[in-house]
Design a protein around this ligand. Sequence first.
Ligand code: GTP
Length: 322
Amino acid sequence: MKAVILSGGFGTRLRPLTLSQPKAVLPILNKPFCLYPLEWLARHGVRNVTFATGYRSASLAAVLAKEKPRGVSVLLKTENRPLGTGGALRRASVKYGERFFVLNGDILARFNLSEMLGFHLKKKAILTLALVKVPDISRYGSVSLKRDGEIQRFAEKQPGLKRSGLVNAGIYIFEPEALRRIPSLIPCSLERDVFPRLAEKRRGVFGFPIHGYWKDVGTIASYREAHEDLLRGSSGRLLIGKGTRIGQKVKLEGMVSIGRRCRIGDGARIQDSIILDDVRIGKEARVTESILSYRCRVGDRSKLEAGTVLGEGSRISEFSQC
Ligand code: GTP
């Protein structure tokens, strides 16, 4: 089967990390984000993936040219102007002529995609949306289902209404018939324009509640959580990239991910932080619950307090406090 990964957004909620690169290239545990959904799709037999890109697509192209999984052919379709999730999908998949998967490019998921396909086929759906149960739907807008799993209604975001419920997980199976309902070359949103109209007017739009790991890595908080989740699932709470040198009497505490070719000065203390490639941290500096993008420089004896996020190439002079 084929798939489209929607990766053209500006990623404004992840600024300053996305000022110099798209979300799809931002690393999680030193691996570009786009490789996680690609590998997951490949494990479920997807062999052709189109990335619908826009913002800073050249850096995504460069990563995929070097690092894509074996056996998967990858194509980039780049928009000159943002077409929204709907317009971008229509443009990227218009020649498919067969059923295909669609993923928001900022979703980290590990559930059985083949089961979702089985459900879609059994229901003879024209469109199936993966749904995830969250404790607070007010940030998302919710989805209500009929008994047989058909989608009854999409409700808008209701800030203030704090309750659990099913929300769109950003993973879909489209039949060509559903794709044809998206206007071509006009900017539009799948979530706001296409899905509510389809569910209202046509039969065959189903929701598949998923069980398994799911995270929308679209905010600084969830970017940090994704590191925690993946580190917890691996060998421990610490990752040190190749070529990184750690000085004498350095303390690395809690969840720490350090990129490649970094230098950590003697006596520095790093706690619950994410550090990307080529960062220099000076002697006796303190970095607490912070995120440092590529090539940052932190001077000797500086203190970065909880919540600091430094964009690419930031310079913090010695004894500074942020
Ligand atoms: P924010 O600016 O932080 O909201 O992030 P975003 O621009 O990525 O938007 P959002 O998280 O709502 O987008 C969900 C997915 O759709 C992401 O993977 C985006 O990259 C992608 N996306 C959003 N808008 C477009 C678009 O106009 N074109 C393409 N190709 N993809 C898009």
